[in-house]
Design a protein around this ligand. Sequence first.
Ligand SMILES: [Zn+2]
Length: 471
Amino acid sequence: MPVPSTLSLYDTATRSVREFTPITPGQVGIYLCGATVQAPPHVGHIRSGVAFDVLLRWLTGQGMDVTFIRNVTDIDDKIIHNAGHEDVPYWVVAMRNERAFNRAYDALGCLPPTYEPRATGHIPEMIAMMQQLIASGFGYAVAGDVYFDVRAFDGYGKLSGQRIDDMLASPDSQAQIKRDARDFAMWKSAKPGEPHWHTPWGPGRPGWHIECSAMAEKYLGPQFDIHGGGLDLIFPHHENEIAQSKAAGNPFANYWVHNAWVTTAGEKMSKSLGNSLLVDEVIKRVRPIELRYYLVGAHYRSMLEYSDESVNEAGQGFRRIEGFLQRGHEFLGTDPQLLTPNPSSRPEAFDAAMNDDLAVPQAFAVLHETVRGGNAALTAKDTGLVTEALSATVAMLDILGLNPWSKSWAQVGRADTDSVIDALVQVALEQRQEARARKDFAASDAIRDGLDAIGIRIEDTPEGARWTLEQ
Ligand SMILES: [Zn+2]
């Protein structure tokens, strides 16, 4: 039996925190606007994937059966432009970058979506929707383009809180052929040599917004629970999705959830900053799990100012948690029960924070309080309290996708190599201990310095020497 959800979410459409009630009890449909695969992702691109992964894990953790759709926009102006520069077909650029996005999602521990539809695989659905919109007076075709008549749809501008007359002209089209400058293109006619698909209005390609309206309906039906994306998508993209889908008779999304940007020097992160912020590059400098810890740690609706230093600073907090897991595990000996997260061992305060519009900063506070208590219990050698704290910590980390013992992190290589490194370091530490026992301090210092040179720091504690790997 699924546990009833008491989650509340900030809904952009009503500008209020609303209790989340799924359309069908126990089931949740989520549509997240995914990548436009024109370039590999930087940290800013991936925040949305990570933020919605926490929502997915929280809902799933409460027994919900979640259908999570995250699309791929594999055709657009910039993809065509970049492919032209390289003198390759558009799909070479799109597929290469789609792989880069998936690599980044995997590296940051994001669970795969239920399905990941590509725009170019759904042209018939888009044509059918446009035909319907033209027939009902919401759309019109001119010179091979198909436009949405924004004045025909009552409520255009509601999501973004704008009046039509205050809006700027939609830039994606030729103003002189439209009924109103704000009318947006659902379909664009192909220029000579451009990739195109055949339609009743001539050869052309999708104009982004229609993709999501068509794919959301195909996979989640005319009405579904949550539509997500970055704040920058509210206008025009989501406003236009709503206009198309509602005009086509679909009630569409019940909740609109938007994550904030990652900024650098106060500006929205953009690829003009160069390659150093690409996820592939960043994870050579910082541990992926620490990057996730940093991204997850800010509330998803708060702007996040990125720097490697701030990730490393946040990483210290994560390493404190890891240190407790390691020491707690050693203290208790192997107990596989503890490695399997047990939801019932999560503190109530943690669940309350997560239910309060996914308040991860407050959830982190509960996590760190638990770790402090666990460390005190270790000092007091209180097996019962250590067990409790360890179990609670693992269960909380699991919800946040930060359990270093989980399969997803083991698959990216960390946990497996850790156990090998640990065995090797233990051999060195035993030799060091023997050297000290025979008062051969030159030898014991040489072992310590040798480990230090490769970044392994030794700390002598009452329980014996322990090691940590410096970044
Ligand atoms: Zn979209």
